[in-house]
Design a protein around this ligand. Sequence first.
Ligand code: SF4
Length: 365
Amino acid sequence: MWRVIRPDAHSVWDHPDVKKILSRYKDILENRETARYLIFKKIPANIEIKNEPIDLLWNKHDLIGENINDKRFFEEIKDNDVHIGGNSYLDLKIELLKRIMTSCHLCERKCHVNRLRGEKGYCKIGEFGNIYSVHLHYGEEAPLVPSGTIFFTGCTFSCCFCQNYDISTKPQDGEQINPQKLSALANTLARDERAKNINYVSPLAHTYGIVYSMKMQKMNVAQLWNSNHYCSLDTMKIISDLFDIWLPDFKYGNDECAFKYSNAPNYWSLMTRNHKIIYDASGEIIIRHLVMPGHVECCSKPILEWISKNIPYVLVNIMGQYRPAHLVLRKKPEYDEINRRPTSQEMKAVTNYASDLGILWQAVS
Ligand code: SF4
């Protein structure tokens, strides 16, 4: 994640792959397009959301979602300046997330705790959780900088090599947040700091607060999902048409490695499902693939093969900055095989393989 920005960051838009994949995002940057959350505030839900059973809310949500796929409907709403009186499609999403929080299954751990009543699951994050930092980040992928980064504490994974373990393992650290505060921070980043996007780092357990904050956000700025992407299907249904640009991790090419290093069961089927969903929904995706030492054959190659066959028009950031940290340093025998950096030969093997498959990686790696 902590990349050094290339000095020619602005010319990245000259690259045909970037232009092609991130075209709507670029239009938002240049104010020719509108961020989706602003459009969703103008779509009437036509339902009294607070008192309705959840099945009815989902039915309504899915029905509106289908209409959005109709380009003409989407364009008409987008250009319509009238503010609706009742609940909007965004309100409906917020209410659905609130209901999910009462038996939390935001992520695939599906703890089923009631986070609205203070119960905590695997991530140990309360109703809205905490943030560690808010700043303009110049170290993200070139098309994204300067990125308005909001860094949440806690995580739904337990990566033994986590380089941010002091943040990810201490959800109680940092500053307590709520949707009002979050929206004020996002508005400031976009309006005063000229951030090109609002970049929610480690957002999954905070999805409810983030989407709720969009109700108070005002700026036409791209909303960016920067996540391990271990989302439940219900969460995917809510966010897949809402975020403008995606920055998901795709680390492991099989379930065994994912379980051993991140304690993430069923990783492969869930990751491929979730990547396909966002690809079909908007396709404006930069996948981050962290090359791990000794994992070229079992992880990097299967991931690249799957991408080339199933979601070919995405950008892939092939990342070489893995270094031993956290438990890998403390429990050396157990993780001995990843207690080194990837070699230049391993990095070359991965980038060559990506090139042979026609993966679009050079513009952002
Ligand atoms: S976000 Fe995931 S880990 Fe956290 S309580 Fe909900 S289901 Fe559990």
